[in-house]
Design a protein. Sequence first.
Length: 305
Amino acid sequence: MSEPLAPPRVALAPISWGVCEVPGWGTVPAAPVVLSAMASLGVTATEFGPPGYLPTDPAAARALLDSYGLRGIGGFLALPLHRDPAAAIRAARATVTGFAAAGAEILILAAATGLSGYDTRPELTEGQWRTLIATAGAVAELAAAHGLRTVVHPHVGTHVETEYDIERFLADSPLSLCLDTGHLLVGGTDPLLLARRHRDRVGHVHLKDVRLGLLDDIASGALGYTEAVRAGLYPPLGDGDLDVAGLLDLLAEGDYAGWYVLEQDTALGPRDTVDAPTRDAARSLDHLGRILRGRRGADGRELVR
């Protein structure tokens, strides 16, 4: 009997265990605790988490990941791209060189406002938008020189958030997107429709399920984004309202061959352990496996058995 094809490239992310760069987000478990939890689930790849979560020395970061059988594929970098391009590029250079030395392949760039957190964002002038586009391109060129692909992450509380922002960005920039199902829905974009319209511009995927009932509370201001996360905005895959199977079908039709990062953002309280996030990640992996089981690759073999 022939061996089955490897399943799609699946990775995890530290934010599923409450690891976030936002001040006051919640308790942040130590890296060895989170990496051990990831390894226990049988996944062999992860994003790095926020700057400084793993050792800042790339060799030390790589050694730590190796000790848990994990590969670091890249990570998230939020920069104010609309002002002071030189400062943004300096900050990007430090991250890019570290990512490349640690064996990464992707830089996930967000257009930060420069404010703390993700609950508010000011409007940009036309000139600031043009600066944002140019700076994103310059960061991508810098990353490419170090062997990294850059994708731009439409993200709550950033300057590429809403459907209008995304369409404008795609028209003005050649860069691909990180299709984050949760942030897209919070920003008012249907991720399936976006994937159908722009399947050739999807360069990375963050798979989140979403409880749509909380979106109205965010839109009305009844809940801030962080509060909504704490209220369970992102449940394990299969427990929310996202058509995960439909999205996977659309991406497969577009020959997407990148990473699927299972990322259910959570925030931990001072008494919380990593047990619940680990169980949630296991549920997500199981749901993904059940969707893929029985589907076949180009040579007719099942993707998952």
